[in-house]
Design a protein around this ligand. Structure first.
Ligand SMILES: [Zn+2]
Length: 459
């Protein structure tokens, strides 16, 4: 998906959402749904769960910005596009989000339901047999009523058991299990201090259903399968064995790889407080990866600086420098190719227009190095005078750069005549009287942020 300045095109949002803007309860801020939905699928699936859980808890995260009804995230399956739907729709809002199911959908659902109920019964039995075979579980029961200690509400988990002191509920996930049910049960067992583990009959990497993802992405990217063969193996080995499918993180831009292995329940990490049970710690492993994006941006900034210092050395006048760098970014040092498409890390507007701001870059690099770069001056203080005199609209940034690179002392030392001190006093006065003269020129802001990240946030 294409990334644009607005982020709208890159979003998983449907093209023309009925609810176009939502109110974020926590901040009271209004936001376009394209931005809220965003372009990160994993984050989105986790958000979907959080939004649903908020509604179940009576603390909705998002409200329709028009009618203030709580809304939740739905997915248009065929195209993997998401939208917000009202929890209630009584006609008072102009946004219509609750269409009736088509006849076809209803038929498909009841057909799948009938087909799956047989499998469902079998899976419960396989679970019970496997748990019993291991000898590690007590109070193994199928379809036993579980009454909440605090709430008094009750559920009937497919299978329940005690694993040491921990009460565990197993639910078989079928294609007819929807997010509502998943969110609600998750919350119930969380409040019970118990752990809910979802099991699947199959888990197709290519055609993964959204409801499978609702479980998978909220379980540290681990999923479990119960089948006749895991049951047989459990009975033969006297262990509770499951087939685990998990994702292993890769560097940014690469799809995580799915792995599959038969594991024993004693290899699982159990986290009732997050309702996660996992064999492979996806989140933990991902944290160990270097942030690839940052690394590349830093490398590009370093390459750019190297190139700039070379140009500044070889071409003493700014006029010549402007000529040399005019072809940028189409013409950039070939060594940069190794970084991947340079374009990705450059502000988009550099492909359309403004030439590199030679004086701005010279002054900032001078501040960074504490000596004149690309300017025919002897002392750093002469650069400071040049900057203040000729580029008032960049002065707020230069001042920040002088502070960040600790050039105050150097300026003081080189200010033998006190001329700099007087100039500072004068422009400070003028900044107050005529602030519009010093309003920062933001044409090159994104470039400066890329090349001089230590100056962020720019005034
Ligand atoms: Zn509304």
């Amino acid at each position: 998906m294409r990334n644009t300045a607005t982020g709208e095109d890159a979003s998983f949002s449907v093209k023309r959402p009925e609810v176009a803007r939502v109110l974020e309860s926590a901040s009271g801020e209004e936001a376009a749904v394209g931005r809220v939905i965003g372009d990160d699928y994993e984050r989105l699936i986790q958000l979907r769960m959080a939004v649903k859980t908020g509604i179940k808890e009576g603390e909705p995260l998002y409200l329709c910005a028009e009618c203030f009804t709580p809304v939740y995230l739905c997915c248009r399956k065929e195209e993997r596009r998401f939208f917000f739907r009202h929890t209630k729709e009584d006609g008072t809002c102009s946004a219509r989000t609750r269409g009736l199911l088509s006849q076809e959908e209803i038929r498909a659902r009841s057909y799948n339901g009938a087909k799956e109920s047989v499998l469902h019964q079998q899976m419960k039995q396989w679970l019970v047999d496997s748990l019993a075979a291991s000898g590690q579980f007590t109070e193994i029961a199928s379809e036993k009523r579980w009454t909440g200690r605090v709430t008094g509400a009750w559920r009937k988990p497919d299978v329940s058991a005690k694993w040491g002191d921990l009460k565990v509920a197993f639910e078989v996930q079928l294609s007819t299990t929807f997010l509502d049910v998943i969110a609600e049960r998750r919350l119930f067992y969380l409040k019970e201090g118990a752990l809910l583990i979802w099991v699947f009959a199959r888990f197709d990497a290519d055609a993964r259903r959204l409801t499978q993802n609702d479980v998978f992405y909220n379980n540290n990217q681990n999923a479990f399968i119960i089948s006749p063969s895991t049951r047989e193996a459990s009975m033969a080995e006297g262990k509770f064995l499951l087939e685990c499918i998990w994702a292993e993180p890769r560097n940014e831009g690469q799809t995580p790889v799915l792995q599959r292995k038969r594991i024993s329940c004693s290899e699982l990490t159990l986290e009732p407080e997050t309702q996660r049970a996992y064999f492979y710690d996806f989140d933990g492993e991902r944290k160990k990866l270097p942030p690839a994006e940052d690394t590349r941006r830093t490398a590009l900034a370093a390459d750019f600086e190297g190139w700039w210092l070379r140009v500044a050395r070889e071409y003493p006048s700014q006029y010549e420098q402007e000529e040399v760098v005019a072809g940028f970014p189409e013409l950039h040092p070939p060594s940069w190719e190794a970084l991947g498409p340079v374009a990705k890390y450059l502000p988009a507007d550099y492909w359309l227009g403004p030439f590199l701001p030679v004086p701005l870059l010279n002054i900032l690099y001078s501040a960074k190095h504490g000596k004149p770069i690309g300017l025919k001056r002897n002392l750093f203080i002469e650069v400071a005078h040049y900057a203040a005199e000729n580029h008032p609209t960049y002065l707020p940034w230069f001042r920040k750069a002088f502070a960040v690179y600790n050039r105050g002392e150097l300026l003081q030392e080189q200010d033998k005549t006190g001329k700099w001190r007087r100039r500072v006093a004068a422009y400070k006065k003028e900044m107050k009287a005529l602030p519009e003269l010093y309003a920062p020129d933001r044409t090159h802001q994104r470039l400066v942020e890329l090349l001089f990240p230590e100056l962020a946030p720019l005034p």
